[in-house]
Each structure stands twice: as C-alpha cells, then as structure tokens.
Write a protein that binds this ligand. Structure first.
Ligand SMILES: [Zn+2]
Length: 334
C-alpha cells in the first residue's frame, strides 16, 4: 500500500508515531518492572485467601480486610494502564489509516481515544479520589461515564490538568471546544459527527445537499482533512504524553522512568511540527527558542545545538548530526 500523506506532513506524522511509541514504551516498561502491581504484606492466613480472588472479588476482599489504600491504588493503576493501552491501539490504527488516505476511518478512530479515554486519564490526574469513588460504587458507577459529565466538570478538569503538566501549550477553551463543541468551526466533534454518520442533520454540521459525509471527498477535500489532522494531532498527543508521564512519575512509581533526552525530543518535535502552521515571524520566535535546547548524541554523548540547519535536517531527514559526524535518528527512542 503506498504512503499517500503529502510530504508537508511527513514530519508531523512521524512525530505522532514517536509519541505513540514513547507511550507504548511506558506501558511495556511498567509491566516489565511490575509498576502496575501493588505491594501488600499479607499474613500467611491472608495469603491463602488471596490466592482465590481476582478482579472485583479481590478488590472487595481488600476493602473489607483493612487494605482500602492498596485496593484504591491497584484500581487506579489498572485503570491507567488499560485506558492508555486501549488509547494507543486506536491511535496506531488511525495513523496507519491516514497513510492509506482513509481519512474518514482516521477521524472515526480518533473519537474514542481523544474523547473517552483521554477524559479518564485527565480525571485520574485531576480528581483521582472522586473518580475512584464513582468507579467503584455500584450506585454511582455510571456517573463516571463521559456522557454524565456536565460542561462545568469537563472544563474544571481540563483547567486543572493544564496546571499539573509541565508545559501547557493550549488554552483550556481550545481543548474543551475541540473535543466537545458541536458549534465551534474547528472542533473535532463536528468532524466526528461527519466521519461517523453518512448524513448529518444537526444544523451545526449539516451535510450539504447532494453530498454524503466524507464518502465523496475529492483530493482537495482530503488535503484539507490532512492539514487539519496534522494541526490537531501532534498537539493533542503531546498533551496526552504529558498527562500520562505526570501520572506515571507522580502516582505509579517514584522512579524517574523517562530520560531528559526523551522529553527534549518530544518538545523539539512538537515545536518543529508547528512550523507548518506558522507565519514567518512566529517561526523565527520558535527557532530562537529551539537554540536553548541541546540534544545529545547517542554515540559519543556530545551535545548538539539546534541551529537552523540542524532544525531543517530534523524536519526533512528525521536526523541530527553531532560535531564528530555521528548521525542520530531523531525518531528512534532514546
Ligand atoms: Zn557523536
């Protein structure tokens, strides 16, 4: 199958995969190091009982036998890793569909991860106690679902998450409207309605007469959809990466699992992928900021300055070279 994405967006596309791979690494590393387990020092009597239980039964037993804290932590970790792993599968297939030019499939596949999974991840970071309470209660279980959240709750959680992650590059209004607004012209919700229904009648995203949503997309419409996709997705994935990394390093384990290098590359990639969207003066400002960041050569360890020519090499060749002439693949996980 040919790779159909226009060249202008190749960097952004590879960058999205890079963030995807970093998060896959996070899941694998956590499983390997058993970070998603919870330590318990049971008595020999308890050990016998514990071996019989799994899932909900185990949770209930922990609760009833004075291990509420461990029960909550176990639930928290299991929800985090399951939600993230599911998120990543959808993103992977959305990106692969984009390569084939199947953009209606791409946008349909983005709905669940960016709307539902992301809301759970944000809730875990912003209001873990409230979320677990709803999640664990048979009475209020349904209240944890996204459809049950009012606008105020969604906005409050987004605003709080932006304060907790290291670098908030988007406004709370933008993040809210993108995923939930049916009116906002740039919202994903409008596109999701169009990508998942053949004909839409809601006045805010009505199908033009004589057309069916996405089905008759000509090449110009497709280019427009790609432009939009690579405007939104790199920023959103960088946001999700920050949310997950913050949860991981603050709650899942006290170990620092990400190197500075992986953070620097995620940040540099985000800035370079923004080039497509920028006016000249904004671009100069970003280029200056990039000069403050140094990447590390993976072979000799020397620092690499991000001069303009190095930025171009990263953007067009996906690599950077140190003073010794060692070539490093930018999108290889450090
Ligand atoms: Zn080197």
């Amino acid at each position: 199958m040919p790779y159909l994405i226009p060249e202008t967006y190749h960097f952004s596309h590879e960058y999205c995969f890079f963030l995807h791979d970093l998060m896959v690494w996070m899941v694998k590393e956590g499983e390997q190091k058993r970070h998603f387990d919870v330590k318990l020092n049971p008595s020999s009597e308890e050990t016998k009982v514990l071996q019989k239980f799994h899932g909900n039964e185990l949770y209930e037993w922990l609760q009833e036998n004075g291990h509420q804290k461990e029960a909550d932590l176990l639930t928290y970790k299991q929800i985090f890793v399951a939600t993230l792993a599911d998120f990543l599968q959808f993103i992977f297939n959305a990106l692969r569909s984009s390569e084939k030019g199947h953009l209606s499939v791409t946008f349909s596949l983005l709905r669940k991860p960016l709307k539902e999974n992301l809301f759970i991840l944000e809730s875990l970071l912003s209001e873990p106690k409230e979320f677990l309470q709803k999640f664990n209660s048979s009475v209020s279980y349904n209240e944890a679902a996204i459809d049950k959240q009012n606008e105020e709750t969604k906005r409050r959680i987004i605003t709080d998450v932006l304060k907790k992650i290291p670098l908030s590059l988007m406004e709370p209004d933008f993040l809210y409207n993108l995923r939930y607004s049916k009116r906002e012209i740039h919202s994903l919700e409008r596109l999701w309605q169009k990508a998942t229904h053949i004909v839409t009648s809601c006045q805010h995203y009505q199908t033009e007469s004589g057309n069916l949503n996405f089905v008759f997309s000509d090449i110009n419409a497709k280019k427009e959809q790609w432009r939009y996709l690579y405007f939104i997705l790199p920023q959103m994935l960088f946001y999700v990466f920050q949310v997950c990394r913050t949860i991981y390093e603050q709650v899942i384990t006290s170990e620092v699992i990400f190197s500075d290098e992986s953070w620097d590359r995620a940040l540099v990639g985000n800035m370079i992928s923004m080039y497509n969207l920028m006016q000249d003066d904004e671009m100069e400002c970003i280029q200056d900021q990039l000069l403050d960041i140094k990447l590390k050569c993976q072979i000799c360890g020397k620092e690499v300055s991000l001069t303009q020519s190095m930025q171009k090499q990263i953007q067009f060749e996906g690599s950077y070279t140190c003073v010794e002439g060692h070539r490093n693949e930018f999108f290889e996980l450090p």
